[in-house]
Design a binder for this molecule. Sequence first.
Ligand code: SF4
Length: 362
Amino acid sequence: MKTARNNILNLSRTELKEFVRSLGEPAYRADQILWWVYKKLATSFEEMTDLPLPLRQKLASGISLSNLTSIDEKISADGQTRKVLFRLDDGKTIESGFMLYGREGSSRERRTVCVSTQVGCPIGCAFCATGQQGFERNLNPGEIIEQVLYFMRSMNKDMGTDLARRPVTNVVFMGMGEPLANYEAVWQSIAMLNSKQGLNLGARQITISTVGLVPQIQRLARENIHVELAVSLHAASDELRNRLVPINKKYPLRQLMAACWEYFEKTGRRPTFEYALFRGINDSVGHARELAALLEGLTCHVNLIAGNPTKSKEFVPSPRKTVLAFQKQLTDSGISNTLRLSKGVDIEAGCGQLRSRWIAAR
Ligand code: SF4
C-alpha cells in the first residue's frame, strides 16, 4: 500500500482499492474515485460529492491529487500548439506540449498531448536541447498521467458542452526523456490511459517514441496493449548515427532493425521512423537512398521532420528544397512517408527548448 501524501495518480486500480480498504471503506469506492479523476477530471476531493464527507476528508489529508504546477505557458500564433513548463513537487521542471491537427470539429481533428517521461535525458543526442541538459531523474506514473489530465481539463473548459469531441484524442511519449529507459512508470501510465476506468484511449491513440533501446522494444512487443512505436532514426548508417544518437554504439542498426521487424510481426503495428533533416549532415539524396535500402521490405512509415531551429550552429534545419528532394527519393524508392512541418516554431516547441530557456534565465 502507498503511504500518506502519495499521489492518487500513482496508483493502479488494484492499489487504489487496497488504499480505500485501508481507510475502512469498501473497495467499490475506488471506482467512484477513478470516475471523478478520469471522467469528470476533478481537481479536488471536495468535488466528489457522491463520496461520504468523512471519506473525502480522509482522502484530502492522506493522499494528493496533483503533483504538477504550471509555471510558464506559450501558445503559438496560430493557436494550434501549446507548450507548458511544469514544476514538480521536488522543484524540478519538465515541459509538455499540446498540438491540434486537422480542422477543428472535423473527423480528422487530432488533439495530441506530448508528454515527458524523465527530468532531462540520459541519452544525450547531439542535436537535442534536452540531451544537453543532462539527466536528473525518472518521472513517476502520476507525473506522466497528470500532464495529459492538465490539457484535458483545460480543453474541456474551452470545448464546453460539445461532448461528441474528446478534449484529447492522442498521447505521444515524445517529450523530454527516453520513455523506454523509464519502462515501469511509462507502462503503468499507459495502462491507466488505456483502461476503461481511466481515460479509455485506444492503443492506436498512444505512441511511444524511442531512440532504439532494443531489449525494451522486444519487451514492448510482448505486452498485451499494442501501442504505436516510433523510432527516432535520423541516420541510416552506423557511422552517422553513432554521431547523432550515441546509443547506436550500444544497439547498432542491425539489432535495432531486427527489433522493429519483431515488433511488427508480434503486434501487427507498423513502426514509424522519425527522421529530422539537418543541413549538410543527413539530408542528401544519397542519405535518402541509404534510408530506403535500410527499410526495404519492412511495412513501415517515415516521418520526415524539418528540424526545429535551436541555438546550435551545427544542427540547422535543412532548406525546403533539400527536404523535398529527399522526400522525392524516398517516395520513388517506394517508402511510405509524410513530411511534417515543425509546429510551434515561434514558441520553441522543440523538445526541451522552453525548459532550456527557463534554466538559462536563472
Ligand atoms: S532526442 Fe530524445 S532521447 Fe535523444 S537526448 Fe533528446 S530527449 Fe533524449
